[in-house]
Design a protein around this ligand. Sequence first.
Ligand code: GLP
Length: 261
Amino acid sequence: MEVIIRENADSCAEIAAKIVAKYLREKKSPVLGLATGSTPEKMYRKLISMNEKGEISFSHCTTFNLDEYVGLPPDHSQSYHRYMKQNLFDHIDIGMGSTHIPDGNAPDLRLECLNYEKAIKNEGGIDLQILGIGSNGHIGFNEPIGSLSSRTWIKILTQNTIKDNARFFDDDSQVPRHVITMGIGTILEAEHCLILACGKQKSMAVQAMIEGPITSQCPSSALQFHKRTTAVLDEDAACLLKLKSHYKWVEENHLDWQQYD
Ligand code: GLP
């Protein structure tokens, strides 16, 4: 795994936006996998500003979001449909027809999941998958002990995640128990995964993901199997990494074509 450590959340967002911009500039029809949560918000703001300045365009791009709550109306303040419109889609030159988010209100949720997988395949797969990480090591909404080869499906949140995400709702009881999420197997098929983590509350999960054993107890550790994953971390999220100085050494010795800055 490629590990990039930056001083703070702002400098993480900066480099993450540069990585996304590279795909938008270099690919004819880029397919982006998108994530929600508070971590990628700053990166989305930087991408919006680059788009406004004409430095990048999303007009040729297709997107697939990782996950969505089951049963929240799309205009609910905490639905990921609403999040994406507010944090990205309403501010960039993307056609809404090119954006995809699992429909947590589909009359047949199982069919929705199967069709979501098909839609990703029809676009030729995901070029760059953006990810955040839960404090228990989840990616998308793939919670501990779930299969490491799962596909897009309906999952039940752990009480830990319900508690973590309750900060966005009135209280725990308002957080849906069920979600649709791309599976770990779906995520591992992306050409490149870009996982972002900021803050001390993520440091244990980050250490387990990068340096721990590959185990379904920490679903993000499956990324150790992935051919190309870049982890962008701030100093706080990286504070428990045992090989921190090695990751910095590797970055300092990157060849020109490996640089993002
Ligand atoms: C949710 C999302 C994940 C996200 C995680 C972390 O559970 N489903 O995709 O990575 O939250 O969110 P935050 O960045 O707010 O810590």
